[in-house]
Unconditional design. Structure first.
Length: 784
């Protein structure tokens, strides 16, 4: 392989530069900063890209050689490989993956896009190996790179053993180690074998847990069977006792059964009187509808009464205007107004007293319906007496004493629930107190009615006087007009009342016919009394039914008939029988609870249980698999050991060849001062001086001699790697910088001779090297 020419469009500080190269020794001269290292870096980046990016500018070649003026970094190289001519064109962008590289086959006239590291295909080595063999810089050997050193070792060993470069000890050894680590990891956790061992332990634990669960399930099933047997025994015994207790209880309950049936008979009879025509019972909904209809009739009647009074007042007012009273004067009008105010105040007192009396009447009725006659009797009677006194005082107009008695009566009556006493004659006394209260209420209502009548008469007289005082033809005419309107409205109200009465009677006819509102009201009062009786009967029935555990009426009739037909005697130890029965029921309940708890535990255990046999099969399969994997790992260890031993043997063979070639070159470069060289697997160098015993590490040599040693090894590596293949060009960047004049001439002469079979391209900034190379017959060019 050889480089024919290159063209730099823009790279670093160079622009539009073309260089042609000969087949042998080429020397490119340029002063510092004129671009010789730039050209060499351009060649490397054309074939291999920029390597890994770095934040340090000195190590980031792409960033370092980007043109400052922003021009597109690009260029091309013409080269020959295996007798064919190629041109590699590349536009450098932000990274290797975004670079645009094109390979042109100049013989065939074809073009194809290629990867940024196309040099690996033509040179046959990676970038790191390229930098450690044919690409020789100023500072001896690059930093250590185990991957690159392994690659060089693999290629040399393969060539020494098989003549092929593609077989790699490192790759094979890596695959063997990877295969083993995939089974047995260093941590003992991540490998397949490691995971299988862990899984085996988990399955063993699950089998053990499953077996323990199975034992527990058997114990629970046995316990449940035992408890069910006990329940059956207790159940039979309890059933026999229950029948005996039930029979005896029927005898003891005969009176209650009889009372129950009698109350049921009374309730049925009462319900018959509360049935509507369609057979259904009067209910709250029906009563609410009736009350609504009644309220509508009463509202219409109230409007009629109000309008009639209004008409009567208008008649009297008109008559008074036409025939004024003899005593019509402002003084008389004022006196009548004061009388009306007095009546209104007394009506307010009567209203308060009626409310208190109605409240006490309701309390008495509630107390009278209670099953146990207990009440604050003294407080109640005292309250009633004081209220009665208040009524009498109010009637005879002693206002202050009336107020005092009313307040004291209210205090006593409110306090009566606090002081509760039980008396045998409570109900009778409550009834008498209720009657007394109703009598007082009647007196108050009569007094209130008398006051209303007197107040009405006074208002009529006052209207007549006011009309006489303010009478005029216009006023009388206006009143007559109002009278006509009121009479029209009265006719309308009368018609409205008739319509509402019709609706009421139609609704009430579902129960029975009625012609007047009073008939309906009387019937409603009867229905209310029957409903109260119905409620009382139901309460008594419920009380007895609760005592008899909710027995049905049919069953009650049957039990009562059985008791009457039989002559059963009551046992003295009935309480003991019931206690024994309750104890048996308690035993049964306890065992039911135990069985329920055990069943829940059993269900939970069964739901979480696994198939033990299936787990054992999995365990056996894993044991076989891990045994096979362990044996495979042992085989891998043997294979690795054999491979390492074989590689050492091969290394000895190619290592000797490398050392001989490098030693030969070193001897030539040093004018036979050094006789031999040893090179380790890591490419560390030891040299041996002629006529001096023992070898020395390269660090003991001067910098110039060390550079000669490195150059010798690099040339030997390049020559060995192309053994049998096409020669690779050698690139040198001021590799002779640290040589003295004598060494320099020797090295130039050596390189000129070496270039007869391999193209050599050397870049230098030293004019002396340029002149010596020119004298030696090198193809020398200047740039810059």
């Amino acid at each position: 392989m050889k480089i024919n020419s290159l063209y730099i469009h823009a790279f670093g500080g160079l622009k539009n530069l073309t260089l042609d190269f000969s087949d042998n020794f080429n020397v490119i001269y340029g002063d510092n900063e004129m671009g010789k290292t730039t050209v060499m870096t351009f060649i490397k980046m054309m074939f291999y890209g920029s390597g890994r990016a770095s934040s340090q500018l000195s190590k980031n070649t792409r960033l370092k050689y980007t043109p400052w003026d922003g021009s597109q970094m690009a260029g091309s190289i013409d080269f020959e490989h295996n007798g064919k001519r190629y041109r590699l064109e590349k536009e450098f962008r932000s990274s290797n993956s975004t670079d645009k590289a094109t390979l042109c086959d100049l013989d065939m006239g074809t073009r194809q896009a290629v990867s940024s590291d196309i040099g690996a295909s033509f040179f046959g080595i990676s970038l790191s190996a390229f930098e450690r063999s044919v690409f020789i810089g100023q500072l001896g050997f690059p930093e250590k790179d185990s991957a690159a050193e392994g690659e060089l070792n693999s290629k040399l060993s393969n060539m020494a053993l098989t003549g092929e470069e593609s077989i790699s000890f490192e790759a094979v050894n890596s695959r063997l180690q990877k295969a083993k680590l995939s089974l047995m990891s260093k941590s003992g956790k991540a490998g397949i074998y490691d995971k299988n061992l862990k899984l085996m332990g988990e399955i063993k634990d699950r089998i053990e847990k499953n077996e323990a669960t199975a034992r527990a399930i058997t114990e629970k099933k046995n316990k449940i069977a035992s408890l069910e047997s006990e329940m059956e025994y207790f159940g039979k015994k309890a059933l026999a006792l229950k029948e005996k207790i039930s029979t005896e209880q029927d005898v003891r309950n005969a009176e209650k059964l009889s009372q129950l049936l009698e109350l049921k008979k009374q309730l049925d009879s009462l319900n018959e009187t509360l049935k509507l025509n369609d057979g259904s019972l009067i209910d709250e909904m029906y009563l609410r509808k009736l009350q609504f209809c009644i309220s509508k009739v009463q509202a219409a009647e109230d409007k009629i009464n109000a309008k009639q009074k209004e008409i009567e007042l208008l008649h009297k007012s008109i008559e008074a205007g036409l025939n004024p009273p003899k005593d019509a004067s402002p003084e008389t009008a004022e006196r009548l107004k004061e009388q009306i105010k007095g009546f209104e105040s007394k009506k307010e007192q009567n209203l308060s007293l009626k409310n208190k009396l109605n409240s006490k009447i309701q309390e008495c009725e509630i107390l009278g319906r209670q099953k146990k006659p207990f009440l604050g009797f003294i407080a109640l009677i005292a309250g009633i007496l004081f209220l009665a006194a208040a009524v009498m005082l109010n009637i005879i107009s002693f206002t202050i004493p009336f107020i005092i008695c009313a307040v004291i009566g209210a205090i006593f009556t409110l306090a009566c629930p606090i002081y509760l006493i039980s008396l045998k004659s409570a109900k009778a006394k409550i009834s008498a107190a209720t009657a007394k209260l109703k009598e007082q209420l009647g007196l108050v209502e009569a007094e209130d009615s008398r006051i209303s009548k007197e107040m009405f008469d006074i208002k009529i007289k006052l209207e007549a006087i006011n009309a006489a005082l303010n009478s005029s033809a216009a006023v009388i005419e206006k009143q007559q007009q109002l009278l006509t309107e009121s009479e029209t409205e009265l006719a309308s109200f009368t018609q409205e009342k008739s319509s509402e009465e019709k609706t009421l009677f139609e609704q009430f006819s579902k129960y029975r016919p009625a012609d007047t509102l009073q008939e309906v009201l009387t019937a409603l009062e009867e229905i209310g009394q029957k409903a109260a009786k119905q409620k009382e009967l139901k309460q008594q029935l419920n009380f007895i039914l609760n005592d008899l555990n909710g027995i049905s009426y049919a069953e009650a009739e049957k039990k009562l008939a059985t008791v009457r037909e039989s002559e059963l005697s009551l046992s003295e130890d009935f309480g003991q029988l019931k206690a024994e029965y309750e104890q048996l029921i308690s035993h049964i309940t306890d065992r039911k609870s135990e069985i329920a708890a055990l069943t829940a535990e059993l269900r939970s255990a069964l739901s979480g249980a696994e198939d033990t046999e299936q787990l054992k099969k999995q365990l056996n399969a894993l044991m076989e698999k891990t045994a096979s994997q362990k044996e495979f790992c042992l085989c891998l260890d043997v294979a690795t050991a054999v491979l390492a031993e074989s590689f050492a043997e091969v290394r000895r063979s190619y290592g000797s060849v490398l050392e001989k070639k490098a030693g030969h070159f070193f001897e030539g470069l040093t004018d036979n001062k050094y006789s031999s060289m040893s090179i380790s697997k890591e490419l560390d160098i030891n040299v041996e001086k002629k006529d001096v015993f023992g070898s020395r590490e390269i660090d003991y040599l001067s910098s110039g001699t060390a550079d000669q040693a490195y150059l010798s090894m690099r040339l030997a590596l390049a020559e060995l790697m192309q053994d049998g293949n096409e020669e690779l060009p050698i690139f040198l960047d001021d590799a002779l910088t640290q040589y003295d004049d004598g060494r320099m001439k020797t090295a130039v002469s050596f390189l000129k001779e070496y270039s007869e079979k391999t193209q050599v391209i050397m870049f230098t900034c030293h004019n002396s090297i340029y002149e010596i190379s020119k004298e030696a017959g090198a193809d020398c060019k200047k740039i810059g």
